[in-house]
Write a protein of this length. Structure first.
Length: 199
């Protein structure tokens, strides 16, 4: 199957998986039910993904792909790494509080095996956080901020950016954030970061 057709099929499978996930949760969503909903064969799903955990991990990777690509581009560019962090903050927050991310997190919270939570951690935070850490390493080299530990700075930044917003979204106590709200929160996180790590 050509790559563009396979990608389109993958998107259809993911859409079916999200719909079933919202209705039945992670435990009640099987590869067979996803295959039926997507009009695909069960064999195809197992051939492409191996198992349900890998399918959902691929969906998490899809969600994080744009942010991941922009972070990677920032790390190879000659520009200001702090400006790159400023640009990426709102997009990261939008991603983490999106309907799809919240659906996955709600399902993970109800999954007693911890398998979905592990997949989300590995494909999401496990991929994005190290890239942000590398960005802080570049910021440290410029001397614009007094960053002595990029790993610690990454944790601080993510705490300032996200706080409890994602949890409040998961438990239904916060409506989806607007683009303006994500931008304002990103600006606030960067302002506080500048104060904390003032050179």
């Amino acid at each position: 199957m050509r790559n563009d057709k396979k990608q389109k099929r993958h998107q259809e499978i993911a859409e079916a998986a999200y719909a079933l996930l919202s209705k039945h949760g992670y435990g009640g969503t099987s590869m067979l039910s996803i295959a039926k909903a997507a009009g695909a064969s069960n064999e195809t799903l197992y051939r492409w993904y191996g198992d349900k955990q890998n399918l959902f991990a691929a969906m998490v990777q899809d969600n994080a792909a744009v942010v991941k690509a922009e972070l990677e581009a920032s790390l190879t560019a000659e520009g200001d790494p702090l400006a790159a962090l400023e640009q990426i903050g709102a997009k990261l927050l939008t991603l983490l509080t999106s309907e799809r991310a919240i659906a996955l997190n709600r399902a993970a919270a109800s999954d007693s095996t911890g398998a979905l939570g592990a997949a989300i951690t590995e494909a999401g935070r496990g991929t994005i956080a190290p890239l942000i850490e590398r960005l802080f390493d570049s910021i440290m080299q410029t001397g614009v901020l007094k960053v002595e530990n990029p790993s610690e700075a990454t944790e601080t930044y993510l705490g300032l950016l996200i706080g409890d917003l994602q949890i409040r979204r998961v438990i239904g106590q916060l409506d989806p954030l607007s683009e303006a709200a994500c931008s304002a929160r990103s600006d606030r996180a960067l302002m506080l970061l500048r104060k904390l790590y003032a050179a």
